[in-house]
Design a protein around this ligand. Sequence first.
Ligand code: AMP
Length: 397
Amino acid sequence: MKALNNYNFSGKKAIIRVDFNVPLNDAFEIGDDTRIRGAIPTILKVLNDGGSAILMSHLGRPKEGPEERFSLKHLIPDLEEKLNRPVQFAPDCIGPEAAAYASQLKPGEVLLLENLRFYKEETKGDETFAGKLAALADVYVNDAFGTAHRAHASTTLIARFFPDEKMFGLLMENEIKNIDKVLRDARKPFTAILGGAKVSTKITIIENLLNKVDNLIIGGGMTYTFIRALGGTIGNSLVEEEYLDMAKTILETAKKLNVNIVLPTDSLNGDRFDNEANRQITPASDIPGGWMGLDIGENTIRRFSDLIENSATILWNGPMGVFEMENFRNGTLEIAKAIARATRKGAFSLVGGGDSVAAVNQFNLAGEVSYVSTGGGALLEYIEGKVLPGIAAIRGY
Ligand code: AMP
């Protein structure tokens, strides 16, 4: 497999799948440009070698055909500024115009193609459509980790047209390296912290992690399904009745595998799902009727923090409580701080998944953990142990 940094792009046209799916406001201004910033090193490597870059991406979820508000042309000024050069734009990602733009591209020049998802063939994984994109370039680079779990034309099928000339971009390489550090080469003790609303969405992740971790800390809404399964009283807390047996099985498997599953011992409850709700702390297994657990309690924070600070590898996905509400965000904040302290002491910490990333950003702690994954769904599927089609297509299996 080729590595981008060892490849000489001189005189080559590289088609790069980037993830420019950024939030745009009504004036088409970019809300958070993290994804664009993330793709710049790969693009610059190609350009600085004396190659040209053809950029392709999706933006939003257009329903049928082109929609002005999802046009990638809105990104041109920002991209020109970041790349410090003009960016040409093909108003259709395939067809004669795109082909004409691509064929006249000179070394050091950049062409941005219109939104791939203006064609349903993109998400359908249509090979003919992928072939038309492939025909524009000599080399294929995939730098869109966020869509690596989808077998779309531009993330997977297109690789077939570049049997040798295909590789990961630097962002994607970095994501894989950092996640593998946790999933394949974790230093022990390895502690995973899982939170968020539901057990049902995290079962496969839990099952896969049980074979790897020493400690599995569980917080957030999914706590209460476990506590209920153990016979506790949980008041009106979130519970998935149909997953009680599954929760029991997970606890038994953990015991067999010698994994320390750590559940909250106390719970900060509200009398309704509202920031202004009345609050009380009770044992997590003894929540009175009319109350619901919305965050972890002080004792739990201390126990979780201790374990985290004594870990060498930490993986965190999902908030410890309803952190969007100020009165119930302390547990999530304190766990983020404990991860930052552990990192300072030498642990490797990876934070991933939309809500935990939002939390570390909100707390200004993103710079104090080892790695923040941009992955979302792709990261979660990777942790589940699935082969991601976008990765397989480059590696050739
Ligand atoms: P997920 O997408 O499964 O990671 O869930 C994230 C969501 O879980 C966030 O919006 C949190 O507000 C929510 N959440 C965390 N703890 C609780 C809780 N105890 N009760 C209800 N929702 C929660």
